[in-house]
Design a protein around this ligand. Structure first.
Ligand code: ARG
Length: 461
């Protein structure tokens, strides 16, 4: 094992088991690019502020750039014995530059370095996730545009409630995704603060220029307190919380798709390339993708709980507990990305059965509220109209018919307000068209909702 950076203070080498236990290179190596770019900005600033010689700053920048290129071309492999990515890069630089490499860590600690690296990494990942989610939202609105007249039942308690359109239903998810985008943007903004220069926890005696590093790295501003700068992980918990809520939405959507493609509903059919078969039952076509998304939601919630619990008892400032943040947040990020990447094309290619949706809406007295509203519009108080309609539904059930097919004299037996126009009033299409309150299912209302979402997602990203 190579000698530790801190060997001077110690009389013994580290136990191999402790070395492995302590090491984070297995999972923080993925931040190599951010680590190197952060170090390049730091070295540039050190040179500009005459904290190290200009020529040394230049060779450090050159050396770091070469290390980055060598990692990307596969020439340089990560050393599994290194403690973490920060130590690995610094050791490699020193191997290549000798004494000059040893100057890089002036006015810096791994505590502010890791805070910088994780913020840079999360900014990149959040941007990627937002782009994927924007695409998914566009898929949802594109399908909605084709189905503003596709009547389907809506449900409460999974019992048929009132008629809506498939577009109206889909736009509910588009609104959830818009809020998810807003939450992600919010988490991004909170992540976009530059912590370098906090050093171990108490800043530094060197005349550093934190604003310069901030500008070089494209952060919006610097962090304001050096203790907080190295011990804050709120931004990471906020991201994981936004991801958990996003997963909850994907999971609810998945659950509905699972129901919709069952033989009992058959509202949609998944494309063969996004479904799976059974090893024993030849007739099966299973919605595994959506079930996995529903299942993976638990993982992301677990990651959030890991992060919250990890932070709750740590005194200021840095503690090694915080090394545990990476596996949890990377797992949440990778899971969400995988889910978005699979869900989007699955949704875009599914077939919608307008016929089956309409047939389901035509059953179950879904127009009963509209029947009561008919009486109310002709002057009857709502509670009386509600009661009469309840009796009508009861009559229909006894006679084995629907409100549309019940004879006018049956209606008239309960109220002489009823007339022949009741049938037009309770037709499925009329029920949908009449619901034109803002946010409602009438086609032009849903078209407004689509325009609203399209405008707002473009404003966010
Ligand atoms: N690998 C560490 C982490 O991920 C880097 C910071 C180490 N700092 C320290 N004082 N041991 O948190």
């Amino acid at each position: 094992m190579s000698q530790k950076m801190w060997a001077g203070r110690f009389t013994k080498e580290i136990d191999e088991r402790v070395n492995d236990f302590n090491s984070s290179i297995k999972f923080d190596a993925r931040m190599y690019k951010q680590d190197i770019i952060g170090s390049i900005a730091h070295a540039t600033m050190l040179g500009e502020c005459n904290i190290i010689e200009k020529t040394e700053s230049e060779s450090i920048v050159k050396g770091l750039t070469e290390i980055l290129n060598d990692i990307e071309s596969g020439k340089l492999k990560f050393d599994p014995n290194a403690e973490d990515i920060h130590m690995f890069v610094e050791a490699e630089l020193t191997k290549r530059l000798g004494n000059t490499g040893k100057r890089l860590h002036t006015a810096r600690s791994r505590n502010d370095q890791v805070a910088l690296d994780i913020r840079m990494t999360l900014k990149d990942e959040t941007t990627e996730i937002m782009a994927l989610l924007k695409k998914l939202t566009q898929t949802v609105t594109n399908i909605a545009k084709k189905h503003t007249n596709t009547v389907m039942p809506s449900y409460t308690h999974l019992q048929r409630a009132q008629p809506i359109t498939f577009a109206h239903h889909l736009m509910a998810y588009a609104n959830m995704f818009l809020r998810d985008l807003e939450r992600l943007k919010n988490a991004y903004d909170r992540t976009d603060k530059m912590p370098l220069g906090s050093c171990a926890l108490a800043g530094t005696t060197y005349p550093i220029n934190r604003q310069r590093v901030c500008d070089l790295l494209g952060f919006s501003e610097i962090t304001q307190n050096s203790l907080d700068g190295v011990s804050d992980r709120d931004f990471l918990i906020e991201l994981c919380s936004a991801l958990s809520i996003l997963m909850m939405h994907l999971s609810r959507f998945s659950e509905e798709i699972i129901l919709w493609c069952s033989w009992e509903f058959k509202f949609i059919e998944l494309d063969d390339s996004y479904a799976t078969g059974s090893s024993i039952m030849p007739q099966k076509k299973n919605p595994d993708v959506t079930e996995l998304i529903r299942g993976k939601t638990g993982r992301v919630y677990g990651d959030l709980m890991t992060l919250l619990t990890m932070m709750k008892g740590t005194p200021l400032a840095y503690n090694k507990d915080m090394q545990e943040d990476k596996e949890a947040i990377f797992d949440a990020i990778d899971t969400v990305k995988l889910c978005l990447i699979t869900f989007n094309p699955m949704l875009a290619t599914m077939k919608v059965s307008e016929k089956n949706m309409r047939a389901a809406a035509a059953k179950g007295f879904i127009n009963a509220t509209d029947c009561a509203d008919y009486l109310v519009k002709k002057g009857m108080p709502f509670r009386d109209a509600y009661k009469i309609t309840g009796t009508l539904v009861h009559t229909c059930i006894e006679k084995g018919c629907t409100l549309e097919t019940l004879a006018l004299e049956e209606y008239k037996k309960l109220s002489d307000i009823f007339d022949i126009d009741i049938y037009d009033h309770i037709s499925l299409d009329a029920c949908v068209m009449q619901r034109k309150s803002e946010g409602g299912p009438a086609p032009y209302c849903v078209k407004n909702q689509i325009a609203y979402i399209e405008k707002n997602i473009n404003n966010i990203c």
